[in-house]
Design a protein around this ligand. Structure first.
Ligand SMILES: Cc1cc2nc3c(=O)[nH]c(=O)nc-3n(C[C@H](O)[C@H](O)[C@H](O)COP(=O)(O)OP(=O)(O)OC[C@H]3O[C@@H](n4cnc5c(N)ncnc54)[C@H](O)[C@@H]3O)c2cc1C
Length: 469
């Protein structure tokens, strides 16, 4: 009887410096590489043309060919499609009933399942179910820290409670890293896989076509990340200006799906740019918030903000989504998002503030819209940043700080280059002059849907009322 380990790829779709894969290989058994197209997630996507699904498909194709290049085994990545617990049930039943799954026709025993740890509420629930199912068959589920440098349990206050404020969290994060840098950042090269891969996909299926799982292909970025030091080295100077082509690194989607190792990325940040490192720490800060305060995924972090009387006007929400608010920076951002699946961070802040404060729309509606569109969508970061914008979050901007979208445009897009890239209808000289004084330009472009001063005062009054109660 051959004993094998399963490597279950999730948000770590790569071979290089993959700690769960290393652990799976360390036992000396052959490893069966597995990916599950999770229908719980896929069924919630609003469109069958989804840029993230196309990206994952590309990343899996790379992974499969990398395994082939190193192990000599073709199409060894086993792909299943379904609820993860059902997929495991199907796989294990198949293994038990069909001895030919093993090419040598000898029976097979799954010793352990290895995967990267995941701290989101759904992931924890999913893993619990899979763990129970495996446990019944005497198989262990080994969750290994991989996609963060420090897990949500590793950076805690002296009293053992989690941090809710970024600055002290980031100080301890940095100090903890400095104390154990060699170990925490140790990154391995491509694993030696010759003779170590179990080709289960000979009997089950390897990567399906997108159409086989009900999706069609759409344009998505290259699923391999290479650092661009001209961006990283200048990050602090250029990151706030959306007109700068490639002013930020575009690494978000790679960190989300693990097509790059966070240890390699943080090593680069330490050597090249401290501001950029600070952003990577924000990512881990929000990971620990969602893990330690799971209620914040669906409700206000600060509970009293649940009393805000949102207006949630349908027509206004639709105008915001379509980029037709009459505020050029907000509209340019929404059109960038709708067209590319990306929106510049500065513009995300302004668009989110506009929806929650100017229009008094529940942040969860904006969060869900971003979730449906963003290529780099990550629950922890999206929720954390939306709550920051709405003022309801852990480390939120005080609610009385209401961004002025015209002022933000004047400050961060002074020549209007970003705005006119996405709003070609603003093309006359008068329009360009009107960019920062909404409502004075072309008749083709809508007048502001709400006056800034009026909206600001209405927001302050509404928030004050909710917080008084
Ligand atoms: C309303 C709103 C929603 C957001 N939703 C997401 C989201 O779903 N997924 C996501 O990864 N980021 C989100 N962000 C944070 C930020 O906008 C993006 O991480 C950034 O724009 C991605 O650009 P980049 O890949 O070029 O990263 P860079 O600017 O080069 O930064 C490197 C990495 O640092 C991390 N990072 C940077 N800024 C933040 C931040 N404010 N919070 C947490 N991590 C950060 C990200 O992992 C990012 O990829 C959101 C911000 C706002 C204001």
């Amino acid at each position: 009887m051959e004993r094998v380990n399963i490597m279950w790829f999730r948000r770590d779709i790569r071979l290089k410096d993959n700690r769960a894969l290393e652990a799976a290989l360390a036992g000396g058994l052959r490893v069966l590489p597995l990916f599950i197209f999770d229908t719980v997630i896929l069924d919630q996507l609003p469109s069958r043309e989804d840029i993230r699904v196309s990206f994952i498909h590309k990343a899996l194709t790379n992974l499969n060919s990398d395994i082939y290049a190193i192990s000599g085994i073709k199409d060894s990545l086993l792909c299943l499609h379904g609820r993860p617990a059902d997929a495991f049930e199907y796989l294990l039943n198949g293994i038990e009933s069909d001895k030919s799954l093993n090419s040598k026709k000898q029976s097979l025993k799954i010793e352990g399942v290895y995967c990267g740890d995941d701290y989101e509420p759904y992931a924890l629930e999913r893993d619990k179910e899979v763990e129970a199912l495996l446990h019944k068959r005497g198989i262990g589920l080994h969750k290994i820290k991989d996609h963060v440098i420090l897990s949500p349990r590793e950076v805690l206050k002296a009293d053992g409670n989690p941090y809710t404020i970024y600055t002290p969290y980031s100080k301890l994060w940095r100090a903890t890293l400095a104390c154990d840098r060699e170990n925490l950042l140790k990154s391995s090269s491509m694993p030696a896989l010759a003779g170590k891969i179990f080709p289960a996909a000979e009997n089950f299926n390897s990567i399906p076509r997108l159409a086989d799982i009900g999706f069609s292909e759409c344009e998505s970025p290259d699923a391999r990340w290479t650092p661009d030091f001209s961006i990283i080295d200048n990050y602090g100077k250029i990151r706030d200006y959306p007109a700068v082509e490639n002013g930020t690194t575009g690494i978000g989607v790679h960190l989300r799906f693990g097509t790059v190792s966070i240890r390699e990325v943080v090593t680069i940040a330490l050597e090249h740019n401290d501001t950029w490192l600070g952003e990577l720490i924000w990512r881990e800060f929000f990971q620990q918030i969602i893990f330690n305060f799971p209620h914040s995924a669906t409700g206000s972090f600060k509970k009293q903000y649940d009393h805000i009387e949102w207006r949630n006007d349908e027509t206004e929400i639709e105008r915001w989504m379509a980029g037709e608010t009459g505020y050029p920076l907000v509209d340019a951002g929404m059109r960038e998002l709708n067209t590319t699946g990306h929106m510049h961070n500065r513009v995300r802040m302004v668009a989110a503030s506009f929806l929650t404060k100017h229009l008094l729309v529940d942040w969860r509606i904006g969060e869900a819209y971003f979730a449906s569109k963003l290529l780099d969508y990550d629950l922890a970061s999206n929720v954390g940043n939306w709550q920051w914008a709405a003022g309801s979050g852990c480390d939120a901007a005080p609610y009385f700080r209401v961004f002025n979208p015209a002022e933000q445009a004047r400050k961060f897009d002074p020549a209007g280059r970003y705005i006119t890239r996405w709003l070609p209808e603003l093309n006359t000289k008068a329009d360009l002059q009107s960019l920062f004084t909404p409502g004075t330009g072309t008749s083709k472009y809508p007048a502001p849907m709400v006056d800034h001063k009026f909206a600001r005062e209405r927001a302050l009054a509404t928030y004050a009322k909710a917080l008084k109660g």
